[in-house]
Write a protein that binds this ligand. Structure first.
Ligand SMILES: Nc1ncnc2c1ncn2[C@@H]1O[C@H](COP(=O)(O)OP(=O)(O)OP(=O)(O)O)[C@@H](O)[C@H]1O
Length: 599
């Protein structure tokens, strides 16, 4: 796997309001609106209906004052009474529709967030994408923040734009027609021209905002990660009395974040100036439009009274049309946020797709999310050899060479090995010689440099189970810890009590014991133990190894302790610089050739 360079925010990769934004935005919309009958489309349709009704009512409310002038001037009491009644009904309707509009927008926000986050989750947890993304890819920052926060903000901003955007084609068409009717072509053409200039100016002002917002979100993620790191490692840091240095480092991240936030605010100032200028200039534009024919003598034949009536009528439609456009321009601050979040989520989706594609090329089975539970229940009816191979074998390693993803030096070269039932293997070697890396390659977390690894059993119960060096205890009850990674008890029983477990207060030895409890519960055929007893006494280690063997497990252990030798039949020693030695334990020694020896 080649080392990936950090490419974000450099040169042509700076997130902009460009074609790539449009593509990423459209691909996110496809997720949010998967079909014409989807919930989002129905909500959008309802919102359109509500906003159209709202516009009709607003128009009626807008003409009420002129009716009041009429009935008051005529001292028409019954007309006044019915007008007050109409006004009350219209106002009630208007406020109800406005509230429904807000309500639908909020519902849409939650529904979009659900759809988008679930879609990101399904890619993130597919195969080993979450591992590759967090451990091996350096070109993408804070995937957790993109999924939890950026997706939320994108949906929030889009829902806040929705009702204004959805209605604008209708109001713009309606008032363009009226404007054309009253002023001729000069009105709509000048207003459209004005809008085009405003849009270009705003696009120029928004460009730097999008990339700065992108950067700000990255720094926000880094800052949060630092706090998370302290939270997880609070005890170790406290043993070092590391408060001062952690304070300094956390403050440094805060300063970087605040510096970028200030830069963003400074850039936004120019956008606000642009938007506000556009708003206020728009107010005058209607009078400029009407002034042109007046000064050029088109209306010279009209009396002053007719001229003022014409000016008032034209000003009304022009102002409405301009208002429609300024509302769109006002959205540019929201749009720049949407663009920033769209780039962050779009980039994450692209990288996840890329990882998944490469994983599927390397390991076709990795495309599916591995479901331990499915395999447990399937076991009774299926023999699940996932690759054709001898039934008493877990792995066949053939001329395997591997290296760490960010280095060119081979850790192990040309390794031949067969892990078979009943032959317990001990892997030893100095620190950093590639013992755990061998397990990464066997587990297909890392790709082999050359040669191949064939896994002939499945993961999980009745197959192969890996106990990693760092015991992973998840959130949940003790029962959930023990049955992990199963979701349900197997076979169905209530033997494990429902006790809430605070895994963070367990000692390393207790964590290792709990990992063995998992192993005894799941009872795999092959148990791969990476320094699984390093925090336990030799007596406890002996007891656990004895139990594993009584349960019929074949063990592959990694470790430094010589006490481990007596539980194993064969030893693989990694000597560094690619060299390795395979020897028989319990008396026999010397290099073994894989193909000849029955391992
Ligand atoms: N995620 C990773 N990305 C890049 N390099 C890694 C990664 N994990 C391990 N390495 C490197 O690979 C090399 C082998 O690491 P490995 O974990 O296999 O050592 P090990 O033999 O198990 O050591 P130990 O006895 O300390 O557990 C080390 O130089 C390490 O820095």
């Amino acid at each position: 796997m080649p080392r990936l360079e950090k490419t974000n925010l450099r040169g042509r990769d700076r997130p902009q309001l460009d074609w790539r934004f449009v593509q990423r935005f459209c691909s996110i919309q496809k997720v949010l609106f998967p079909s014409w009958t989807s919930q989002s489309v129905l909500m959008f349709g309802t919102l359109l209906g509500v906003t159209l009704a709202e516009q009709l009512i607003i128009y009626q409310v807008g003409v009420l004052p002129s009716h009041f002038y009429n009935v008051l001037a005529d001292k028409n009491y019954s007309g006044f009474r019915s007008l007050v009644g109409t006004a009350m009904v219209l106002i009630l309707f208007n406020s109800t529709l406005k509230s429904i509009d807000q309500y639908i927008c909020n519902q849409m926000y939650v529904s979009w967030r659900k759809t988008l986050t679930e879609s990101l989750h399904s890619a993130y947890f597919q195969g080993r994408v979450y591992y590759t993304l967090n451990v091996l890819r350096e070109d993408i920052d804070n995937p957790d923040q993109r999924i939890s926060q950026d997706a939320e903000r994108l949906c929030k901003q889009m829902s806040s734009m929705a009702s204004r955007l959805i209605i604008s084609p209708f109001t713009l068409t309606y008032y363009t027609y009226h404007c054309f009717h009253s002023t001729g072509w000069i009105g709509p053409v000048s207003i459209f021209g004005y809008f085009v200039i405003g849009t270009i100016a705003n696009k120029i002002l928004m460009g730097p905002i999008v990339s700065t917002l992108f950067e700000q979100e990255k720094l926000e993620g880094d800052f949060r990660f630092k706090h998370m790191q302290i939270r997880v490692n609070a005890e170790s840091a406290a043993f070092y009395r590391a408060g001062k240095v952690e304070h300094m480092r956390t403050d440094r991240r805060l300063q970087a974040l605040l510096y970028t936030q200030k830069r963003l605010i400074n850039k936004e100032l120019w956008l606000y100036i642009g938007v506000n200028t556009f708003d206020y200039l728009g107010g005058f534009l209607s009078y400029i439009i009407i002034a042109i024919p007046i000064f050029s003598g088109v209306y010279d034949s009209l009396t002053p009274g007719e001229l003022s009536a014409l000016i008032s009528k034209n000003a009304f439609v022009c102002i409405y049309l301009i208002n429609g456009f300024t509302q769109l321009i006002d959205l540019s601050t929201t749009l720049s946020d949407v663009a920033g979040y769209t780039h962050r989520i779009g980039e994450l989706r692209e990288v996840m797709d890329d990882i998944l594609r490469k994983q599927c090329d390397y390991d076709p089975a990795s495309g599916e999310s591995y479901d331990f539970d499915r395999f447990v229940w399937a076991h009774y009816s299926l023999d699940f050899n996932i690759h054709a191979g001898p039934v008493d074998t877990a792995f066949i390693v053939d001329h395997l060479s591997y290296k760490s993803p960010f280095s060119d030096e081979l850790l192990v070269e040309d390794l031949n090995l067969k892990i078979s039932q009943g032959t317990h293997l001990l892997v030893v070697g100095n620190t950093g010689t590639g013992k755990t890396s061998l397990l990464r390659v066997l587990n297909r977390l890392w790709e082999a440099h050359s040669g191949f690894v064939q896994m002939t059993t499945c993961f999980g119960p009745r197959g192969t189970l890996f106990l990693p060096q760092k015991p992973y205890l998840t959130d949940g009850t003790l029962r959930e810890q023990v049955i992990y990674p199963l979701k349900d008890i197997y076979p169905a029983s209530g033997i494990l009590v429902f006790v809430l477990c605070r895994y963070d207060v367990l000692s390393p030895g207790e964590m290792q014991r709990l990992s063995f409890a998992r192993l005894f519960y799941l009872q795999p055929k092959y148990a791969i133990l990476d320094e699984a007893t390093s925090a336990l006494t030799e007596e406890a280690e002996a007891q656990l190894y004895r139990t594993c063997k009584q349960l019929g497990m074949t063990l592959v252990s990694l470790g430094h302790r010589s006490s481990l030798e007596k539980y194993h039949d064969v030893q693989l020693k990694l000597c560094g610089e690619g060299r390795w030695e395979l020897t028989k334990l319990k008396g026999t020694s010397g290099n073994l050739s894989l193909k000849d020896e029955a391992m």
